[in-house]
Design a protein around this ligand. Structure first.
Ligand code: ZN
Length: 493
């Protein structure tokens, strides 16, 4: 193992990620067929996505708006002019034998994805571009012998997915480790979910990614030869595939060999990558402008309208929560990964201030009640206004934190206002020294032995005595006053 560690120090990995993300639209990119996962094969098709003669594509406006939002989220440039191109290839998963994509003038160019690692370290990876295309159909390669085509191997093709709007996010090779690759992908996923751009489900194929991996001697100016890794179906497998590929390439070089440029598949079970094919060059696709579609000229007003309605991107929240509010990375991630909950938390803080008190309620009592009932916090009966009111009551010491827990349970069950519950139930904290003194005297009289023990140095007996006073006052006494009075009266006794 020591060899591995020192070789990892000798070499540096250079990683670039390409992601395909299906956009969350109701219909396909160039026709009216539904954009839905699954269904019986070839039931969500029409003359356009089947490329029947004479059928012409019409671009989906919603898909273009989602692309603009995705670009703006990462500070990409949205050129005023972009166009579609045909990407030609010989493979039966597109009925047209070409895919409508974007070659040299994509909808977005440049940009940067800011992300964070598990320990909170901030990182960034530049984007080359995000372009819009249509998804291909799905082919299933089957063996011989099931009786359909005797004695031969064959492929079944399902065109339900053909023509689904797809964006390809091409990242620059700024990533240096498997952990960074996962952090980058999490940032993309969080952002697309937050923006409603995609549901980003790797298991349903609405997020698919490839990793270009190379290694070089640490400090070397030039990149090494890269291999493209495919077939990774979870962030975990992206991580493991990259780790394994870095080790493989280092071993090839250390063994006196040369890394060859190729496409490699990730074998989840074996935990290794294996060669699939030598990489085709981009010009093999013979791109040319799509003659059936006019170029896109985007109105600046439309772009600004989209920008104005965008929610905060997750990285903005990350910085605000960790740096301005001082919330831990773990709790921040918990909130950011649940956009409705983060939005709820933001509204509470906007009204009440006190982010740390709000956080305790949101991630504590409210999340527990939500888990128990199966109703999300943001969809429950405790409105942000009601929680803000409760926080104000605690801040003003009108109620103590124990009573606050009772109030929040009542709010969760019945809704309404925190103030109304406190008033109706007479839950206001007792801060009148005269009233508290009476409770304290009663407890001291009933616990002579405890008093003796405390005087003999058993400091923790005081906690017990405070508890007894709280019980006598039915939870309403101000615990700080109780403790002060107890100390005072015991000292004087
Ligand atoms: Zn169609």
């Amino acid at each position: 193992m020591t060899t591995t560690v020192s070789l990892r120090e000798k070499y540096e990995a250079v990683i670039g990620i390409e992601c395909h993300v299906e956009l969350k639209t109701t219909s396909k990119m160039f026709c009216g067929c539904p954009n839905e996962f699954g269904g019986a094969p070839n039931t969500k098709v029409c003359p356009v996505c089947l490329a029947l003669p004479g059928a012409l594509p019409v671009p989906n406006a919603k898909a273009i708006e989602l692309m603009i939002a995705a670009g703006l989220a990462f500070d990409a440039e949205i050129p005023a002019f972009s166009k579609f191109d045909r990407k030609n290839y010989f493979y039966p998963d597109m009925p047209k034998d070409y895919q409508i994509s974007q070659f040299d003038m994509p909808i977005t160019q440049g940009g940067v994805v800011n992300y964070w690692l598990a320990d909170g370290e901030k990182k960034s990876c530049r984007l080359t571009r995000i372009h819009l295309e249509e998804d291909t159909g799905k082919s299933t390669h089957a063996g011989s012998g099931d009786g359909r085509i005797a004695g031969s191997t064959y492929s079944l093709v399902d065109f339900n997915r053909a023509g689904v709007p797809l964006m390809e996010c091409v990242g620059e090779p700024d990533i240096r480790s498997a952990d960074e690759a996962v952090g980058y992908l999490e940032a993309l996923k969080r952002t697309f979910v937050e923006l409603g751009v995609s549901d980003v489900k790797m298991e349903e194929g609405s997020l698919r990614c490839d990793a270009n991996v190379s290694v070089r001697l640490r400090g070397a100016p030039e990149y090494g030869t890269k291999a493209e890794i495919k077939n990774m179906n979870s962030f975990r497998s992206v991580h493991d595939a990259i780790e394994s590929e870095i080790d493989r390439q280092i071993a090839v070089i250390e063994g006196g060999g040369r890394v060859v440029q190729e496409t490699r598949g990730w074998d989840e079970a074996a935990g290794v990558t294996h060669s699939m094919r030598s990489k085709e060059q981009a010009h093999d696709y013979r791109y040319f402008p799509e003659p059936d579609l006019v170029p896109l000229e985007l109105d600046r007003a439309v772009i600004e309208r989209i920008r104005a309605t965008m929610p905060p991107v997750p990285f903005e929240r990350f910085e605000r929560y960790t740096e301005t509010f001082g919330i831990s990375v773990k709790q921040t991630t918990q909130l950011v990964d649940n956009p409705p909950l983060a939005g709820y938390f933001d509204r509470v803080v906007a009204i009440a201030g006190s982010p740390s008190v709000a956080l305790n309620f949101v991630l504590g009592d409210l999340s527990r009640l939500a888990n128990e009932s199966g109703t999300p916090v943001a969809g429950g009966k405790v409105t942000p206004e009601a929680l803000a009111e409760l926080i104000a009551l605690v801040d003003a010491k009108t109620i103590n934190s124990k009573i606050a827990k009772d109030v929040i349970a009542r709010l969760w069950a019945n809704g309404g206002s925190a103030m109304a519950i406190v008033e109706a139930e007479g839950l206001s904290q007792v801060s009148d020294p005269g009233a508290i003194a009476q409770f304290v005297d009663d407890v001291l009289a009933a616990n002579a032995e405890g008093v003796t023990q405390f005087k003999a140095g058993k400091e923790n007996v005081l906690k017990f005595l405070v508890g007894q006073v709280m019980k006598t006052s039915r939870g309403k006494a101000n615990p700080e006053l109780v403790e002060a009075l107890l100390r005072e009266k015991i000292a004087a006794s």
